[in-house]
Design a binder for this molecule. Structure first.
Ligand code: ATP
Ligand code: MG
Length: 201
């Protein structure tokens, strides 16, 4: 019983904590477009990005999404966001040749896709640009990481960018302002459960 904090102790501790948090908030006065990276093997990267898409749209901020996916698949996020006002939605990876392993064609597909993404980044009307699953194009060397990072760095100063995908290269992490690594603790798939609508797609 003697080890439990009294109401008084608790109140004093919370007051000290609040002072520290308030001081940190007072120090954070800068405002600019951020680069966020959501990486790691755990679930939640793309769905977190689309959560920010919803937030931005809630403030009336126009958004652009580029999905560098391996194969076309209907997703809940595309059905929900695609035709909303203020949303530009591009699926850019449809031509990847994972089965035939035609590397030259993959590089061409990636570069065509990146030219679309580059135009989205150059447009200051896009207040948030999501580059979903971009990391594997860097990983496989389909795109030159230096070129991609230069295009991201050259975006309008107030534009936010979110990059998702496993194995983000360290150069991308170095450039980013906020980086989260999703850690895979458990996933239903490994218990034999197939991808669920509304949760996984
Ligand atoms: P989500 O889109 O659900 O946020 P994600 O973007 O973090 O997932 P991806 O690597 O893009 O993950 O994979 C997308 C699909 O793979 C989703 O259906 C997701 O549930 C599933 N998935 C993600 N992580 C794992 C994992 N560790 N094991 C098995 N399946 C996974
Ligand atoms: Mg994803």
């Amino acid at each position: 019983m003697g080890d439990l904090p009294t109401d008084d102790h608790h109140r004093q501790r919370m007051e000290r904590k609040k002072a520290v948090v308030d001081a940190a908030i007072a120090r954070a006065t800068d405002e600019r477009g951020l680069l966020l990276v959501l990486t790691g093997n755990g679930k939640g990267k793309s769905s977190s990005a689309f959560g920010m898409a919803a937030r931005a749209l809630g403030y009336g901020m126009p958004i652009a999404v580029a999905q560098f996916i391996k194969s076309r698949r209907d997703t809940g996020e595309e059905a929900f966001f695609r035709d909303l006002p203020g949303v530009a939605w591009h699926v850019l990876g449809e031509g990847f040749t994972w089965e035939t392993q035609n590397r030259a064609r993959d590089i061409e597909t990636a570069q065509k896709g990146w030219s679309v993404a580059r135009a989205l980044l150059a447009d200051a009307n896009n207040r948030l640009v999501i580059l979903d699953e971009l990391t594997y194009l860097l990983r496989y060397g389909y795109l030159d990481a230096d070129d991609v990072l230069a295009d991201i760095a050259a975006r309008p100063p107030s534009q936010h960018v979110v990059v998702t995908g496993r194995s983000a290269p360290s150069s991308l992490i170095a450039l980013a302002d906020t980086v989260t690594e999703m850690r895979d603790v458990k996933h239903a798939f490994r218990a034999g459960i197939k991808a669920q609508e509304g949760i996984d797609l």
